[in-house]
Write a protein that binds this ligand. Structure first.
Ligand code: NZQ
Ligand code: ZN
Length: 390
């Protein structure tokens, strides 16, 4: 095992009707003037936004609002938010929604507190030294952005989707009421479950530093999400299942399931970010479409982990060669994706890419990771292209 730092400063307030505590939490963390940032309007239609603004009004907390964060949130709206915050003297951000609203708010927070172009951070040109404090009311269990150190933004020019990570943007508080996720379309619920599992799987398939306790947490988390994802396919209003998935989402991306290892693989995410940038697909669906091809491509270089995954997570009988067991695990995972109606290749995702498109994505991906990346197997541009082709 490797040594590690584990830093999760987010105060989690979990359960029914916890959104009623929003004003007192903003006060607790020193917010005097708030930007409420949200997406395309689901939080208005559900009535959640009215509850939030009523709470802030009652507590005498002034606020301004900015909606419009789209899935794969755009840089132009981030600039708009930065200008608005500066003009209005905003000192606290409240993101209400899913990962896109949260990530967009994080980027706004960087832009307000650091000089120069905020895209520099996402373009790996320099590092942020601060972020505005941020609170979250989560409506979609998926990205884990409510506790994570990362945010992912798409620059319209050239359709470049890039993530930037730093502890500065970790939310001060996260309000998580599983009931708020019951209005999600089934597709988004399944995308979310996929993303949650992938955040742990990215940390699991490594060639370095794995720990028994971390593996036990990781394997238990993935099994729990799989079980409850299948419950939600049939019974989307099941509170217990919503709650299991929601908490798993936070634990899967706050660092817990990677403690002691080499940092993880993360190539499925990097490949997906190219798809999301170019084709605007839902993040979780993009991950499901890529994972099987990635897994087959790398599994020979990370056989012990793929075997362990097959047996401990997917329930494969440990008979036959290691390769056979590993492959059965991959197939079982793809069967699961199909059962929750997720795609297992680009065609099922609805992406009909030409050879040029695939080459462009592989090239952008390789540039984005500085040439090569991956722990299960180190991948270069030619490998990325092979995986996209598969
Ligand atoms: O925009 P609205 O109208 O709110 O609708 C959203 C959106 O259409 C809708 N939705 C959210 N909550 C809802 C709801 N609809 C009905 N009822 C509710 N309760 O769902 C759609 C998707 O929302 P979005 O926020 O885009 O989804 P998600 O949470 O999956 O976020 C995806 C983005 O996060 C990035 C992804 O790449 C993608 O850009 N990621 C961020 C990470 C992080 N910050 O740590 C890590 C992830 O790996 C990921 O890359
Ligand atoms: Zn993800």
């Amino acid at each position: 095992m490797f040594g590690f730092k584990y830093f999760t400063p987010t105060k989690v307030v979990f359960g029914r009707e916890t959104e009623s505590q929003v004003a007192s939490l903003i006060k607790e963390f020193g917010g005097k003037k708030v930007l409420i940032h949200y997406g395309g309007g689901s939080v208005i239609r559900s009535g959640l936004m009215k509850k939030v603004t009523d709470s802030l009004d009652a507590a005498g907390i002034p606020y301004v609002m900015l909606g419009g964060a789209v899935p794969n949130p755009r840089l132009s709206l981030v600039y708009e938010g930065i200008d608005l915050c500066k003009k209005e003297g905003v000192d606290f951000l409240l993101a209400v929604g899913g990962g896109s609203a949260i990530d967009s708010a994080k980027a706004i927070g960087y832009g307000v507190t650091n000089d120069g172009d905020v895209w520099d951070f996402y373009d790996y040109k320099r590092k942020a030294t601060a972020c505005l404090p941020l609170g979250v009311i989560l409506t979609l269990a998926a990205t884990g952005s409510e506790m994570s150190d990362s945010s992912v933004i798409t620059k319209e020019e050239g359709l470049v989707k890039r993530g930037y990570s730093s502890d500065y943007c970790r939310p001060k508080f996260a309000i998580m009421n599983p009931e708020l996720t019951m209005t999600l379309p089934d597709y988004q619920t399944a995308c979310g479950c996929t993303d949650i599992m992938m955040h742990t799987m990215e940390r699991y398939f490594t060639n370095g530093g794995n720990m028994e306790i971390t593996d036990a947490l990781a394997e238990g988390l993935i099994r729990t999400v799989m079980k409850n994802a299948e419950i939600l396919v049939k019974d989307p209003k099941n509170y217990e299942a919503r709650a299991e998935v929601m908490w798993a989402g936070s634990l899967s991306h706050n660092g817990l399931t990677g403690c002691g290892n080499d940092g993880g693989d993360w190539m499925t995410h990097k490949l997906e970010h190219e798809l999301g940038g170019l084709y605007d697909v839902a993040h979780g669906a993009g991950l499901a479409a890529i994972w099987g091809s990635w897994a087959r491509y790398v599994c020979g270089n990370c056989l012990p982990r793929f075997k362990q995954f097959a047996v401990n997570v997917m329930g494969v009988e440990p008979v036959g060669s290691d390769e056979e067991i590993a492959l059965k695990g991959i197939e079982a995972m793809e069967d699961f994706y199909r059962r929750i109606h997720m795609p297992t290749n680009l065609r099922e995702l609805g992406v009909n890419a030409t050879d040029e498109d695939l080459a462009e994505m592989a090239h952008k991906c390789a540039v984005g990771v500085g040439g090569s990346m991956g722990s299960a197997r180190l991948l270069y541009e030619k490998d990325m292209l092979e995986i996209f082709k598969a």
